[in-house]
Design a protein around this ligand. Structure first.
Ligand SMILES: Cc1cc2nc3c(=O)[nH]c(=O)nc-3n(C[C@H](O)[C@H](O)[C@H](O)COP(=O)(O)O)c2cc1C
Length: 201
């Protein structure tokens, strides 16, 4: 499937076959593709929490507006990010780069993020937003549907998954075999309203 087709066909699907099992190989392929998504300074700050325990899924659903996709989708990924990945052995993010590149970039990472809490959080959301789209498009290409989600109690989910203090939750993505057509598209804004030439007027 070409990329444009996958973009057009991806929709937020809300009903999934609860009996469909996604294989470990498929899951690994999806996540390996998602990990090719870009991150600033290549800090790879996303942490993909796969909620496979059925009991935990039920508990998550209870704090997620009782949305059925939480329990019925084959995969429930809680997209989290490590706010401090930038300071955790950053040399590993550039280990394959030529030495002059490493010498320049590795210290630059700390200089950029040190003491800038808001930037660290923004970066977490940027990285997770980008990788979630990669995941959803890869899923489409592999014959799966998906739904990005933020309709849940973030604090309650954090407790259920033992979210570390220096991590944040960005969203969920449910992935599985859709069993109901999505609603028609809600209605796209005209291009002219969302595209700004050079600067706001
Ligand atoms: C950040 C985010 C959070 C969302 N949260 C939910 C959710 O909790 N439950 C749900 O069913 N859909 C959720 N959606 C899906 C949106 O309703 C959907 O993307 C939008 O209506 C456009 O439809 P489409 O994705 O089919 O093009 C969410 C989408 C995004 C991007």
């Amino acid at each position: 499937m070409d990329v444009a087709k996958a973009i057009e066909l991806r929709r937020s699907v809300k009903a999934y076959d609860p009996n469909h099992r996604i294989s470990e190989a498929e899951t690994e392929k999806l996540l390996s593709l998602a990990m090719l998504s870009p991150t600033a300074f290549n800090i790879q700050n996303w942490r993909f929490v796969l909620v496979s325990d059925p009991e935990l899924r039920k508990q998550v659903r209870a704090v997620a507006w009782d949305q059925a996709h939480v329990t019925d989708a084959s995969l429930l990924v809680v997209l989290t990010a490590d706010l401090k990945s930038w300071e955790k052995d950053p040399a590993r993010y550039w280990k394959n780069a030529p030495q002059p590149v490493q010498d320049y970039l590795v210290p630059a990472i700390g200089q950029y993020y040190q003491g800038r809490e808001q930037v660290q959080r923004d970066e977490a959301m940027r990285s997770c937003g980008i990788t979630v789209m990669t995941l959803m498009l890869a899923a489409k290409e592999m014959g799966y549907d998906s739904c990005p989600m933020d309709g849940f109690d973030f604090d309650a989910v954090g407790k259920l998954i033992n979210l570390p203090q220096d991590h944040v939750i960005a969203m969920f993505v449910a992935i599985g075999k859709g069993i109901k057509e999505p609603w028609p598209r809600g209605g796209q804004l005209p291009l002219g309203e969302v595209v700004v030439q050079n600067r706001f007027g």
